[in-house]
Design a protein around this ligand. Structure first.
Ligand code: FUL
Length: 500
């Protein structure tokens, strides 16, 4: 017979998991991404194309009264754009189907201000057709920027008639060019040809997108799917939650630039709206010959790539197509340089943690088993964080807020980047972490941070060590880590005289 004390003690001890009963994963903590948002986040690196009469008039914001005949590229080749973007490593592109001047890059039936009125291809050309066809051939995803601000359309500023016009245009674009992965709504709301401003009916615009392209994500300053990052310089905050409290944020001019919560998100935000970091490869969004020598260097782009993709956001890099209708040679060179840096640091075979032995202070289900040495069959053991599979993850028991994992390394090899990731489908969880290496009997911290999210790149001093330790110090729910990557830039390898 079991006495009352022992019975109470037994009741408190969770039953050991049975080998035939799969261990449940941690419960998600709200909010979580939609499948479309997750697919978007996995794209990481997007091309952005600004091209319109501004390219030929040398301005950034057209007035809307530019004659259509100024639009006359001499050698437009959308396949060249796509080749350049694909070689750069981009997975998708968003093009200015219509910028603020109202000129449409497709032969719209709704206005008299488009490629159809231009001399290009005798008025028979369609830039969206050429680009979407080229994307399909090359396996890139295609997206559109349609500016609600329209300085050409006479209905602009009249309320519903213009909103109707805008929805009709959206319908044309969303039904004519195949699957669209992203619809980009700029927040700018200036005056139209009659000096009036328009009150945009965003909910009705969004409904058109949802009805016609349910797999597309919608970008605007405040989502609903993807948010602006609060600057046009291409970087997200060191702290960057994918969550946002939309209340309190306006769009365009109502949205103070560099708003901190757009840059960093809100830990307690009620909606999942990850950030996109848009920036141009040159100072301007549109092509200007006098900026041919102001193209960002591969090193500058690499820095931005790490502070966007590696800060739980996506990198949205603008290429101003030139007057020929081509991506300029100088821009191509920088993109190739960035690709080289990315391949050297993060390309196949560069992850020094891949498949290495791990040691954890806790793994999900092990406390119940009374052991700290996870069974090989435990899907949440430390090894899941170094298996190169972003769908598996190391996780702890519910209720735990901190945990530690160590990864054995080759002490001959230097590294200066630590890459961490969370299974975002369970919600973004980690609030604080620290990275250390052994020193004597102790540990020396080489890096620390706050949020992780889908991908967090931590820059650490060039280091050689037999082990690296990642401590999750605080978390909104039990921590879960998909991958730990240990990488070296070429500079770190050279500085440390490291084996390649
Ligand atoms: C801004 C626009 O006003 C710029 O011209 C550019 O298109 C940029 C990406 O968004 O709001």
């Amino acid at each position: 017979m079991v006495g009352p004390f022992l019975a109470a003690a037994l009741a408190m001890t969770p039953p050991a998991p049975r080998a035939d009963v799969p261990l449940p994963p941690p419960a998600p903590i709200a909010p979580i991404p939609t499948p479309q948002q997750r697919a978007w986040h996995d794209l990481e690196y997007t091309g952005f194309i600004h091209f319109c009469p501004n390219t030929f008039t040398d301005v950034e914001w057209g007035h809307g009264d530019e004659p259509a005949h100024v639009f006359n590229p001499t050698a437009l080749d959308a396949r060249q754009w796509v080749r350049v973007m694909k070689d750069a490593g981009m997975k998708c592109v968003v093009i200015t189907a219509k910028h603020h001047d109202g000129f449409c890059l497709w032969p719209t039936a709704k206005s008299e201000h488009s490629v159809a009125q231009s001399p290009w291809k005798g008025g028979k050309g369609d830039v969206l057709r050429e680009l979407s066809d080229a994307c399909r051939e090359a396996g890139l995803k295609f997206g559109v920027y349609l500016s609600p601000w329209d300085r050409n359309n006479p209905a602009y500023g009249t309320g519903e008639p213009y909103n109707q016009y805008f929805r009709d245009q959206l319908r044309e674009v969303l039904t004519s060019y195949g699957p669209i992965f992203e619809v980009w709504f700029d927040g700018a709301c200036g005056e139209g040809p009659n000096g009036k401003r328009q009150v945009y009916d965003f909910p009705s615009f969004e409904k058109v997108v949802r009805d016609l392209q349910p797999n597309a994500v919608i970008f605007s300053d405040v989502g609903p799917d993807i948010r602006w990052v609060g600057n046009e310089q291409g970087w997200a905050g060191d702290t960057n939650w994918a969550m946002l409290n939309v209340k309190g944020h306006g769009r365009g001019a109502d949205n103070p630039p560099a708003t901190r919560s757009l840059n960093e998100g809100d830990e307690n935000g009620e909606a999942w709206i990850p950030a996109e970091c848009d920036v141009s490869i040159r100072p301007g969004w549109f092509y200007h010959a006098h900026e041919d020598d102001k193209v960002k260097t591969p090193e500058q782009l690499f820095d931005l790539w790490e502070r966007s993709v590696g800060h739980n956001a996506n990198f949205h890099l603008n290429l101003p197509v030139d007057r020929r209708g081509l991506v300029h040679e100088n821009d191509v060179k920088s993109l190739q340089g960035l690709r080289r840096l990315l391949d050297e640091t993060y390309g196949p075979g560069t992850n020094q943690a891949l498949g290495r032995t791990t040691r954890v202070d806790s793994a999900r289900g092990e406390r119940a088993r009374g052991a700290n040495d996870p069974l090989p069959a435990n899907p949440f053991r430390g090894a899941a964080a170094v298996d190169g599979d972003p769908t598996t993850f190391w996780a702890t028991d519910d209720g735990q807020r901190a945990a530690t994992i160590e990864v054995e390394l080759d002490p001959q090899k230097a590294f200066d980047r630590v890459v961490l990731g969370e299974p975002t489908w369970l919600g973004q969880r980690v609030r604080a972490f620290r990275i250390s290496v052994p020193e004597g009997q102790d540990w020396r911290a080489i890096g620390e941070g706050t949020t992780i999210g889908r991908k967090r790149i931590v820059r650490v001093p060039p280091t050689k060590a037999s082990r690296v330790r990642v401590e999750i110090l605080d978390s909104r729910a039990c921590p879960a880590i998909t991958e730990i990557g240990i990488h070296a830039t070429n500079a770190a390898r050279a500085a440390a005289g490291s084996a390649p």
